[in-house]
Design a protein around this ligand. Structure first.
Ligand code: GLU
Length: 375
């Protein structure tokens, strides 16, 4: 029997909060006491050194009350208007609650394009990483006001999973209005049992997740299983836990009933497999012997070690890395487009701003963005 992981072993944690937890359904108001207790849990993770990212729903639920919109399904334009109004209140609530624990919050609003298009993905990833380095907590939501029906997540379960993979988080906690995944929908089947551990998201697991969603939150169990698939493929473990109680994260740490979804790899391994195997390359970079040695020791590739740039590629594209004899030694996501890479080739990183007219990354290919053959 595989053991359930301890919460204390995770270092970068995405916490997803559903609308129905944060917003009182009858009053349409924020549940302040619940939020304060949750933030205490978040502050405890942050305090022991973990990076925490919050994905919070609730903009539409808050905004519709503030605008006096009727109950029931909203037209897209109305939910976008509601999100515009509610998001300010939502961000303020998080910012104040975190501030009370001496934590700085930052708001990040994402669209589907920001996580699916390579260059925007890299930018968003970089921003999240800077916020983590500054020990600030991003409070993330979908940018509902501009997302159109065809190109939106629509549910924050899958958004949270993509954020987790983008941030290379090792854990995603989905706080929900249910304790976890049951063997059958508990409403219909009194014998339904909570499944504590899912070692792999199989079609059989997908099949037992019904499609139901409540009025306030869009995602039912189906989007949660989809989130589990996205997260675990990218090296992120996931847990679905009951958020309807005070201190839900502390309770998971204490062994409260929940469902764990395990990933067979780490975010770094999964990322390297993805870079090394799945991407077509748009060009090639030839490096000198010194740089090849540095790469083998786990260093990043600096412009100084690059002797040749071939192909037409953009920042964020995958390129082949060749040694001085032309043999492929790896692949990586390059931080410069082909024109700029050629301009800074062979030069010291200190000269980048002078050569290009704008400051850029010191590395041509960062070691986290690189998969070396045989390593
Ligand atoms: N982005 C939506 C909101 O903040 C929530 C989507 C969801 O419930 O998953 O209102």
């Amino acid at each position: 029997m595989v053991e359930l992981p301890e919460l204390s072993r995770f270092n970068r944690i995405v916490v997803k909060v559903g609308s129905s937890l944060l917003v009182d359904r009858a009053a349409g108001a924020l549940k302040q006491a619940w939020l304060d207790a949750l933030v205490e849990d978040v502050a405890a993770l942050h305090g022991r050194g973990a990076d925490v990212l919050v994905v919070s729903s609730g903009a539409i639920a808050l905004g519709r009350t503030m605008l006096g919109l009727p109950k029931g399904a909203l037209k897209l334009e109305d939910s976008q208007a509601a999100a515009a109004v509610g998001q300010i209140a939502l961000a303020r609530a998080w910012s104040q609650a975190l501030h009370a624990r001496d934590i700085v919050a930052g708001q990040v609003l994402l669209t589907l394009n920001d996580t699916e298009e390579r260059r925007r993905y890299l930018n968003a990833r970089e921003t999240l990483s800077r916020l983590a380095a500054m020990r600030a907590i991003p409070v993330i939501n979908e940018n509902d006001t501009v997302a159109t029906n065809e190109i939106r997540y629509g549910d924050n379960d899958r958004l949270a999973a993509r954020v987790a993979t983008m941030a290379s988080a090792d854990l995603l906690i989905l706080l929900s209005d249910i304790e976890g995944l049951y063997s059958a929908p508990p409403k219909d089947d009194p014998d339904a049992k909570l499944i504590p551990l899912v070692e792999r998201v199989t079609p059989a697991i997908e099949a037992i997740a019904g499609g139901a969603a409540s009025e306030l939150s869009r995602g039912g169990m189906r989007t949660k299983i989809e989130a589990a698939r996205i997260a675990t493929q990218a090296g992120t473990h996931m847990v679905i836990a009951d958020g309807r109680v005070a201190h839900p994260i502390a309770r998971v740490a204490a062994g409260a009933p929940c469902t764990w979804f395990l990933s067979p790899s780490t975010p770094m391994q999964a990322r390297k497999v993805w870079i090394g195997g799945a991407l077509e390359t748009k060009g090639a970079i030839t490096i000198d012997a010194g740089a090849a040695k540095a790469l083998a020791r786990g260093k990043s590739l600096l412009p100084a070690g690059v002797t040749r740039v071939e192909g037409v590629f953009s920042r964020g594209d995958c390129v082949t890395i060749r040694d001085e004899y032309g043999a492929e030694i790896g692949r990586g996501l390059i931080a410069y487009d082909a024109l700029h890479a050629e301009q800074i080739r062979g030069r010291n990183s200190r000269d980048i701003a002078g050569l290009l007219g704008t400051p850029g990354r010191a590395e041509m290919i960062h070691r986290d963005d690189m998969a070396l053959a045989g390593l």
